[in-house]
Design a protein around this ligand. Structure first.
Ligand code: F0G
Length: 468
């Protein structure tokens, strides 16, 4: 059969509440044009994030009753640890309540003020947790290989090490897949060469493993078809010293994460902070039932049928948007489709927040909630001068929760994006009227700019797609 179907069927369903355009207009105004302020029940299709939004399997739900809630030494911890050790090959595994807690604890132990941590691209909480230790997070993305735009630039890494010296780099990272750069994968060749380079300088490699299974699948599809996904995963993690994982993505769980490493001494020092801030090392901020769900989820996320369906459903959405001429980052990764809002709305300048204007338009059109990754998220207002910095890319991420939406939901999204695309030249920009000092996209309030057609009053001609 050529048709790839969802390798599951529904047993429990969650009803969607439908809203009218008028109701959405009111909700959007009340939310200050910031979709983080919406009530989730006012959203028809929620593509804000793929994090913690997966549908769990009946096998996972059944583990809830098996969960051992003992404070210390619960059997759920040992099942969880055995799974992580078996799949990723690390002896020491510490649970945490989510990915950023792993970042805080690991960098708190390893990173000192003035030092540098390198990566293909740090996710925003990763960067913030490095910077809160007075160190710098440096990105070296390499988009030279179309199929592996998540690669790290090895020449730039080598140059940096030569210039700054090993002692200024306590550890180096790679994010799999590279979420902040369009959810693109890194190739096995690139990961192994990076690990060898770091090893030759005695710099530990830690992997941000949030979407490790999706990265391994794309390696299988695009680079090493003869290997199994599990073999690829083992080859990746074998050359690393440890990893941080948000289990809310490829752990197919609604909450949780972990740090895993090889060195007993490092694990012991991490445990001190873990006990202080998360909990006893055999539960680390999670209940026993969460540990059970993650253990099961990690195995399910590595199944070929699941990963093939994941690939095909993301491609289905991306291909139809590509066919309609909607500018996307191509090829798409697995966890999201990224629209290039700067090309979608060329009449809006970055300071007029084209990504957010598109996000609001999609909500008004069809109740779809997406996420801006551009000047609203990464721009800054200088508190003294009031000057705004803008971001180099204006993207809108349609993040795809795992095992949640079907093809007809995607057809609905495609229709909505195409409708907005047809009247793109009429979309107005936004201005920020209230914002906090940091991570402003979560809480800023905005209003439409009435006359924001600064460059031209309409869009003519095609706006082709562009490569990552
Ligand atoms: N690393 C990556 C690559 C991530 O994408 C995220 C979260 C984290 C770390 C932090 O994990 O949320 O469990 O604390 N990404 C979510 C997203 C929030 O929407 O992309 P967390």
């Amino acid at each position: 059969m050529k048709t790839v179907i969802e390798p599951f069927r529904a047993k429990v369903i969650e009803s969607i509440k439908f809203t009218t355009e008028e109701e959405r207009e009111t909700a959007l105004k009340l939310a200050g044009y910031n979709l983080f302020h919406l009530k989730a029940e006012d959203v028809i299709i929620d593509l804000l994030t793929d994090s913690g939004t997966s549908a769990m399997s009946s096998e996972q739900w059944s583990r809830l009753m098996v969960g051992d809630e003992s404070y210390a030494g619960c059997s759920s911890y040992f099942r969880f640890k055995d799974t992580v050790s078996k799949v990723l090959g690390f002896e020491h595994v510490l649970p945490v309540h989510q990915g950023r807690a792993a970042e805080r604890i690991l960098f708190g132990a390893l990173v000192k003020p003035g030092q540098h941590v390198l990566s293909n691209t740090h996710f925003d909480t990763t960067r913030a947790n490095i910077e809160s230790n007075g160190a710098q997070a440096i990105d070296f993305p390499d988009s030279g290989n179309r199929e592996f735009c998540g690669n790290i630039d090895l020449r730039a890494v080598k140059r940096f090490i030569d210039e700054h010296g090993r002692s200024s780099i306590p550890l180096s990272m790679i994010t799999l897949t590279n979420n902040s750069a369009g959810g693109q994968p890194a190739s096995l060749e690139n990961i192994l060469a990076y690990a060898a380079l770091l090893k030759s300088h005695d710099i530990p490699l830690f992997i941000d493993a949030a979407r490790f299974a999706e990265n391994a699948w794309l390696i299988k599809r695009r680079e090493r078809p003869e290997l199994s996904v599990l073999d690829i995963v083992r080859q990746i993690f074998e050359v690393s010293d440890g990893c941080m994982m948000s289990a809310k993505k490829d752990g197919l769980s609604n909450m949780g994460g972990f740090i895993a490493c090889r060195e007993a001494d490092l694990c012991d020092s991490l445990k001190q902070n873990l006990i202080l801030t998360e909990g006893f090392p055999t539960y680390g901020g999670l209940s026993g039932r969460d540990l059970e769900c993650i253990a099961r989820g990690i195995n399910e996320a590595l199944e070929d049928e699941y990963l093939l369906y994941r690939e095909k459903s993301t491609l289905y959405l991306a291909q139809r948007l590509n066919d309609a001429g909607v500018p996307l980052i191509n090829p798409p990764g697995l966890h999201a489709v990224y629209i290039d809002a700067a090309k979608f709305l060329p009449h809006l300048e970055p300071r007029e927040l084209p990504g957010q204007a598109l996000v609001c338009a999609l909500y008004l059109e069809a109740g779809i909630r997406a996420c801006e990754i551009g000047t609203l998220m990464f721009g800054r207002r200088d508190l003294q001068s009031g000057a705004e910095t803008t971001h180099s890319a204006e993207l809108v991420r349609l993040a795809l929760p795992r095992r949640v939406y079907s093809q007809s939901h995607y057809d609905y999204v495609i229709e909505a994006v195409c409708n907005v695309f047809d009247r793109r030249s009429f979309l107005k920009g936004l201005r920020i009227v209230q914002q906090p000092e940091c991570l402003r996209h979560f809480s800023a309030r905005m209003e439409p700019i009435e006359n924001s057609f600064t460059h031209q009053s309409g869009v003519s001609g095609g706006v082709g797609n562009y490569e990552c």
